[in-house]
Each structure stands twice: as structure tokens, then as C-alpha cells.
Design a protein around this ligand. Structure first.
Ligand SMILES: [Zn+2]
Length: 331
């Protein structure tokens, strides 16, 4: 959260929530789980099942659940919520799917086809696994030095090392495999035993139960580090993969990491690919350059009060309107 949002959060009262129901909201999460996981724990925190169920009570108590098909059919709706989950982690099947099914709430899940069925994983997840391993061994300085030389960075403390390794460039992701080798970490074994990602048959089962899926690029790259053509291919291939493997007719897509640097030209070309495509960003309650772009905000932080967080997003929307940054500009 930025400085302004933090100030707004501190002044946000839960009782304001009833005043902020004139628009639909699109919260997003990655996973819900009652224990930590090596491939996530150094990247971000997430909610447990009890906290997630509490979120659902708040959402259902204040908004109507929107069905994804209303989006596909361009039905106008206010005072609704639609849940979305990024990255296709296995917890969407083992934890989230049963909870939502029981409550009769549909949702959209954005997946990276390359990781489906656990043959390979996201480089950022590998980095978290590496940090978990180093932590267990109390961050031995000589090992950190070796790793930093493989990855080509310098560091002045363990905290600095963690920051630098987490932010290595997508183009250097092959070097992460070198680090895994150097540490004798068997990533294939990890993928086979932990099964961090969803499988094709699980996707099919969730689709059959009325849940929706969208692309999230093939490989989860930070798109701004790729060329225009590479960006377009990563996006369209992931949408096509779902159509080809599951015969779905609709097109949903969510940008990995952030939509901030996505160009107008790319969006125009995506809508040329499918005029009915709905794309999802994570810029909060803002208005994008096209109605087919849906902006979301995260409810994943387990330390924030959910009602106050939704109020904060609405206050931040008013703030953005005031200073002229409510309408997203793209070049
Ligand atoms: Zn993602």
C-alpha cells in the first residue's frame, strides 16, 4: 500500500461500507491455505480458510455475487462482487473450490498453461524455495556470495540479498535453475511431490461445476520486460490454450504482476483478436480506456481488516478523482 492509501486506511471506518455500493467490485487473491508454502512464503502473505470465509461473509452481506456469464453477456450490474484468483495454484482446487461451491459463489481463475500439471514452475516460486532453503541453513555467507555471483548482483546484508534475488530479471530466470543445481535442490521432485499447480483434470472438474477460467500468459513474465510481439504472443497463446484444451468459447485474461505499463496498442490488438475479450488489471477502483478492461484490488493481505480495506479502496477512488488520476491513461 502506498502512503496515501495507508493514511486513508487509518481513517477508514467500517460503517462507511454501506455508502459504497454503487459499483461492482472485483477482489483478487492467489491462494488460501492454513499453513505456509515454500514456493510462496517469501513473496507475499495470504489468508487462511477462516479469514477467507470471513471475507465471503462480508462480501455476501454487502454485495450480490456476480456470475461470470453476466460479464460475458455484458449485463450491467451495480452492487455486485466477482472473485478472481491468479496463478493457478493447487489451493484453488483443494481449498477455494470446495468453499465457493458450498456457498454457491462462482469465480474466475487465471492460469499459466506452462505450469499446469506441474512439469515446470514460475521462476519467482523457485526463488522463494531457494530462500526457504537458505533460511533453514541460517543464510551461510559463502553460499550467498556464490549465488549472487551466479545471478550477477552484489549485496550488503541478508535482507538486501533477499530483495535482490526476488527482483532478478525474467531474462535471468535460467540462472535460477543454476542456483537450484548449485544448492542440490531437486525442483522436479518438489513439483512432483508438492504439486504446487493445478492439473488439467482439476480445471475440467471446476469448469464442469460452473467455474470460469482465463489466461494469465503462458509463463508469467513481467510483460514490460518483453517486446510488444512477445507480450501479445504470451497473452493470446494462454487464452487459446484454454479454448483448445477445454472447448470454452469466452475469453478472459488477467495481466501478470501489473497492468500499469500495458500499451494502448497492445490492448487494441487484443480486442481485435477477440472483440468480446474481458481483460483484468490490478490498478484498484479506476476507470480504464475501454469498458472491457476490468480493474481489481487485492484482498489477500491477512493483516488488513476487509471492510476497512474495501472502504479504503473507495476513498482512494474519490482521492484519484479529485487529483485527476481516476481515468487511466495509456500511450
Ligand atoms: Zn500472477
Amino acid at each position: 500500500m502506498g502512503i496515501v492509501k495507508n493514511i486513508l486506511y487509518k481513517s477508514a471506518s467500517k460503517s462507511f461500507l454501506s455508502a459504497f455500493k454503487n459499483q461492482s467490485i472485483f477482489p483478487y487473491y492467489h491462494l488460501v491455505k492454513d499453513k505456509s508454502v515454500a514456493h510462496i512464503e517469501h513473496l507475499y502473505e495470504f489468508k487462511n480458510t477462516q479469514q477467507f470465509s470471513h471475507d465471503l461473509e462480508i462480501l455476501v452481506g454487502n454485495y450480490k455475487a456476480m456470475h461470470p456469464k453476466d460479464l460475458i453477456e455484458n449485463q450491467k450490474s451495480i452492487n455486485t462482487f466477482l472473485l478472481t484468483f491468479d496463478d493457478g495454484l493447487e489451493e484453488i482446487y483443494s481449498v477455494i473450490f470446495p468453499i465457493l461451491k458450498q456457498k454457491n459463489i462462482s469465480a474466475v481463475f487465471f492460469i499459466n498453461p506452462n505450469f499446469v500439471d506441474n512439469t515446470v514452475g514460475l521462476y519467482k516460486h523457485y526463488i522463494s524455495i531457494i530462500i526457504t532453503h537458505l533460511k533453514k541453513n541460517h543464510f551461510p555467507i559463502e553460499t550467498l556470495r556464490q549465488i549472487s555471483s551466479i545471478l550477477n548482483f552484489t549485496f550488503d546484508s541478508t535482507a538486501d540479498f533477499k530483495k535482490k534475488i526476488i527482483s532478478i530479471k525474467y531474462a535471468d530466470r535460467e540462472k535460477v535453475n543454476e542456483v537450484l543445481d548449485y544448492l542440490n535442490l531437486d525442483i522436479e521432485m518438489y513439483l512432483q511431490t508438492e504439486k504446487p499447480y493445478i492439473s488439467k483434470s482439476q480445471i475440467q472438474e471446476m469448469m464442469d461445476a460452473g467455474f470460469y477460467f482465463g489466461g494469465h500468459t503462458m509463463d508469467h513474465p513481467p510483460l514490460h520486460q518483453l517486446s510488444h510481439e512477445e507480450q501479445k504472443k504470451e497473452i493470446i497463446d494462454s487464452i487459446q490454450w484454454l479454448k483448445q484444451n477445454f472447448g470454452i468459447k469466452y475469453s478472459f485474461f488477467a495481466f501478470p504482476f501489473s497492468d500499469k505499463l500495458i500499451s494502448k496498442k497492445l490492448l487494441q490488438e487484443l480486442f481485435e483478436f477477440d472483440k468480446d475479450l474481458k481483460v483484468f488489471g490490478n490498478s484498484g477502483l479506476k476507470k480504464d480506456i475501454d469498458q472491457r478492461i476490468i480493474q481489481r484490488f487485492s484482498l489477500e493481505n491477512p493483516h488488513k481488516d476487509t471492510e476497512r480495506q474495501i472502504v479504503t479502496e473507495n476513498l482512494y477512488k474519490s482521492f484519484n478523482k479529485l487529483i485527476g488520476t481516476y481515468n487511466i491513461k495509456r500511450t
